[in-house]
Design a protein around this ligand. Structure first.
Ligand SMILES: Nc1ncnc2c1ncn2[C@@H]1O[C@H](COP(=O)(O)OP(=O)(O)OP(=O)(O)O)[C@@H](O)[C@H]1O
Ligand SMILES: [Mg+2]
Length: 159
């Protein structure tokens, strides 16, 4: 599975929840796509699937936000949600996020970075690139592009 069509925002949330089932501590997801594509909506679904606390909103006015796992909702791993616009041009966003002293290490968290267009050329270690595009009929098309790691195996088992 590498291309998914998501007609409504509820479908995008549901896809995020399914994707969360394949995620583990140390993972980095880079979300790309134009303004309003649904990057934050997808992150909300991922957060729900991970069982983390707090409303997931656009991190535009902060660099990154940590959402702690809620054991009552089956949560075990934190979600770090970052906005690449605010991350500068370091080659590795993870190092940059760790430098923020968020009281959460990316090794122990799932990190989701919303990237602005044109910033995706930067290379990092193993990560999952998630591109969201909006079609004229308002449906979203999500393309998953694994870079390194064992992503292909893990994605193959997505429900
Ligand atoms: N199929 C869909 N998937 C996701 N969002 C959808 C869909 N259909 C409509 N929407 C709407 O599109 C908007 C997506 O906004 P969202 O904040 O998630 O985008 P974004 O990519 O994070 O934007 P930004 O670049 O500003 O951070 C929401 O208002 C959502 O309700
Ligand atoms: Mg957003």
């Amino acid at each position: 599975m590498s291309v998914v069509t998501l007609p409504t925002v509820e479908d995008t949330h549901a896809f995020g929840r399914r994707l969360a089932g394949a995620l583990r501590a140390g993972d980095l997801l880079l979300l790309t796509g134009p303004l309003g594509a649904g990057k934050t909506a997808l992150t909300q679904g991922i957060g729900a699937g991970l069982g983390v606390r707090g409303d997931i909103t656009s991190p535009t006015f902060v660099i990154a936000r940590v959402h702690r796992p809620d054991p009552a909702r089956g949560g075990a791993v934190a979600l770090v949600h970052a906005d690449a616009y605010r991350l500068g041009d370091a080659a590795d966003p993870r190092a940059e996020i760790d430098d923020l002293d968020l009281d959460a290490s990316v090794d122990d968290s799932v990190t989701v970075v919303e990237w602005g267009e044109g910033l995706v050329e930067q290379l990092v270690d193993a990560h999952l690139r998630v591109r969201i595009d909006r079609r004229d009929d308002d449906t979203r098309v999500v393309e998953l592009e694994p870079v390194g790691g064992d992503w292909p195996t893990r994605l193959a088992t997505l429900p």
